[in-house]
Ligand binder design. Structure first.
Ligand code: BTX
Length: 327
């Protein structure tokens, strides 16, 4: 009901809508309308009421609303099913559960706040209420498990293109899963799967985006390494619009990928990459390797040529771009 009421206000932006019209559209009594309006106010919405005119939405609450995302979607299936939480532990957990229960490809889980956001290798991902986007996308491609890293790279391209369309900002990609602006982390991507040895059952792509955080909204441990769209643009932006733009880009690239493979995605990824064609340090589980990042393979594996000319295939690592003095 709340979603329907918000949709009515979205269709009458800045205008009054009479209580009678709302009750007709919602199919409920005027008293029930008043209760729903009261509920919205408790959720942080500012609503003006005027005798004989009705209600007018002045300021939205700090949530993300499914219908606002859906209004911006041009997709055929991605994002058509949305499960939304004002607060949850991690959207990845819910998405895994939904996938096990048979959720369809394209189902998206979105949260306004995560209390146990997951990064890679058991690390934490911070997402502050009302400022960030935490979402997990359920996919069911027919792929062998070793191809799934390609989807991380495809997602990174979708995020860069979606952010450009929705906000005008240009971001860089650092292999494999970081989106950066001026060297600071704006977005993190976590790809997980449920698979048999030779076949993927589902892939869950988690995307954490810093959107409206200001400096003090970041916890001290990430304050110097993180940035947000608002910090770059100097003003807050609409999170629902950004989600829709990213999902739109994602579907286009994903359809292309399913039809034609990774070959067309790779150059798009390389065009935004700051970690290829340069000297880097790659910190793997076992060692740190310094060398020249030559490119990525068909499977999204990073090729790193060390000082002795040996080329290492890096499947998973944290990358640091070497300073000019190192190279
Ligand atoms: P990662 O392991 O590459 O990055 C995690 C590291 O990034 C942390 O150790 C910390 O240093 C830093 N960090 C944590 N939070 C932030 C932040 N908000 N901004 C910048 N830097 C940060 C990246 O893992 C993958 C993150 C995926 C997050 C999404 S959100 C939706 C979905 N649900 C969930 O629990 N995880 C994914």
């Amino acid at each position: 009901m709340k979603e329907k009421l918000l949709k009515i206000f979205a269709e009458h932006s800045d205008q009054f809508v009479s209580g009678e019209k709302i009750s007709q559209q919602l199919g409920c009594t005027r008293t029930a309308v008043w209760k729903h309006i009261d509920e919205l106010r408790k959720n942080g919405y500012e609503l003006e009421s005027a005798p004989r005119k009705g209600y007018r939405l002045i300021r939205k609450g700090d949530g993300i609303h499914s219908h606002e995302v859906k209004v911006g979607l041009t997709t055929k299936r991605i994002g058509h099913e949305i499960t939304y939480f004002d607060e949850t532990d991690s959207t990845q957990y819910t998405a895994h559960k939904l996938a096990q229960e048979g959720a369809k490809e394209g189902h998206v889980v979105i949260a306004n706040e995560q209390t146990k956001g997951k990064g890679r290798l058991g690390r934490q991902w911070f997402s502050r209420k009302g400022t960030s986007v935490s979402m997990s996308l359920i996919l069911r491609p027919e792929l062998p498990p070793q191809k799934t890293p390609q989807l991380t790279l495809l997602t990174a391209v979708s995020v860069v293109r979606g952010l450009k369309k929705a906000t005008g900002i240009d971001c860089d990609i650092k292999w494999p899963n970081d989106i950066l602006i001026n060297g600071k982390k704006l977005v993190g991507i976590l790809t997980e799967m449920q698979a048999d040895p030779d076949r993927v059952n589902s892939i869950i792509i988690g995307i954490g985006m810093n959107i409206n955080q200001h400096h003090d909204d970041f916890t001290p441990e990430i304050r110097e390494l993180a940035t947000s769209v608002a910090l770059v643009k100097g003003k807050n932006v609409d999170r629902a619009k950004i989600i829709a733009a990213v999902l739109n880009e994602f579907e286009q690239l994903y359809d292309l990928y399913i039809e034609r493979g990774f070959d067309l995605i790779r150059p798009l990824w390389e065009a935004h990459s700051v970690s290829v064609g340069t000297f880097i340090y790659a910190r793997t589980m076992r060692e740190v390797i310094y060398g020249f990042a030559k490119g990525i393979t068909e499977d999204g594996v990073l090729l790193l040529e060390d000082e002795k000319g040996k080329v290492h295939e890096i499947y998973s690592a944290d990358i640091e771009i070497a300073s000019q003095a190192d190279s």
